[in-house]
Ligand binder design. Structure first.
Ligand SMILES: [Zn+2]
Length: 361
């Protein structure tokens, strides 16, 4: 219903009420008049009634015609009273509260603590992952070309643009005074770990380097076979990685190539103690190791570029320093290493927009 309809309806009701009032007055006057006529008649008037009637009749309101009376309700239409009773009977009522529901004026109950929708799904995934987990490795379904899709934490392995290792092309280096590395290496108790991916030597605090104005603490060194970096598309028998970390979480990793050759004392000491059990470090009582013994004689000729961890999660947080000159590893040591942990070199990665700086003299 529009406002106009409502307005028209009101007018019609008002008009009807006015007409009804007029009709009532007319009827009263007519009754009084007829009543007076009957009185006069009863008093024995001899005048013809019609002659006497003519005048008063003219003063009487004309009879109401159909258009001036309230239209009768159509047959079968409920009366106003019926409609009112019906309206009351059908007035909307509040639905009954379910049993146990607090009254509506009570303070709202706190929302029930429900676990986030994704929690059970994550949990289920974790469970199934435990049962069928494919660990990262260097071949098959856990191989380097799968790392980026194995876990969301490994995304950088597939989508990163500063990944390591790389081929170092000696023809396209940028000569730059990167600055020398200041080595501050101290002897540390010899602790050797086979973590299933590599043979690693852990370091006690106290050994560090300074590079690009920042101090990086030596945490450990470990090995890859064949080498991970290439120099002019050439692999070496092995590569050592000396992993350093700064106080703000940046890494500096020194890569040292190991070419097959004469025995190297520090390598001999470590290879004697490669653990066969995975993730159980061995500390050799009375033995120490100094990372300085792994460095080539020329410590100031190196390549530098920004890259990543060469294992998952492939985080792009590494200042890479690859020594230009190699040290030695024997054939026997390479064989022993590969039989302990397998070949463990990630393929070289695209350079994208990077350049390799050289500090070589
Ligand atoms: Zn490494």
């Amino acid at each position: 219903m529009s406002d106009t309809d409502q307005h028209d309806g009101d007018n019609t009701k008002q008009e009807a009420a006015n007409l009804f009032g007029l009709w009532c007055i007319t009827m009263v006057v007519a009754i009084v008049f007829i009543s007076s006529l009957s009185t006069r008649s009863s008093e024995g008037s001899k005048e013809p009634a019609g002659a006497k009637h003519a005048q008063p009749t003219q003063t009487t309101a004309p009879p109401l015609d159909a258009s001036q009376t309230m239209a009768p309700l159509p047959a079968g239409h409920p009366s106003i009273e019926q409609l009112q009773a019906e309206a009351i009977a059908h007035a909307p009522t509040m639905p009954e509260l379910p049993a146990g529901h607090p009254p509506l004026d009570a303070a709202p109950a706190p929302a029930p603590a429900v676990a986030p929708m994704h929690a059970p799904i994550e949990h289920a995934k974790a469970d199934s992952h435990d049962q069928h987990e494919v660990h990262w490795g260097y071949e098959g379904e856990g191989g380097p070309d799968q790392w980026g899709t194995m876990k969301k934490e490994y995304l950088a392995c597939g989508e990163g643009t500063q990944q390591s290792p790389i081929n170092i092309d000696s023809g396209s280096l940028i000569s730059s005074k990167v600055g020398d590395i200041t080595f501050n290496y101290q002897p540390s108790p010899l602790e050797v770990l086979n973590n299933g991916h590599t043979v690693q030597v852990n370091f006690a605090p106290g050994s560090s380097i300074q590079f690009k104005g920042k101090t990086f603490e030596l945490l450990q060194f470990h090995f890859h076979s064949p080498s991970e970096h290439q120099i002019d598309y050439r692999y070496f028998g092995m590569e050592a990685h000396l992993v350093h970390k700064s106080a703000d979480g940046e890494l500096a990793v020194i890569g040292i190539m190991l070419k097959k050759g004469e025995s190297y004392p520090v390598m001999d000491a470590i290879w004697e103690h490669i653990p066969h059990e995975i993730n159980k470090p061995i500390t050799i009582v009375g033995a120490t190791v100094n990372a300085a013994d792994l460095l080539p004689a020329d410590r100031s000729s190196f390549y530098h570029y920004m890259g990543s961890l060469t294992t998952p999660p492939c985080s792009e947080i590494v200042n890479w320093i690859v020594m230009k000159n190699p040290i030695n590893v024997t054939d026997k040591q390479v064989t022993a290493f590969v039989s302990a942990v397998g070949e463990n070199n990630r393929p070289v990665q695209p350079m994208h927009r990077r350049h390799v700086l050289t500090n070589a003299h």
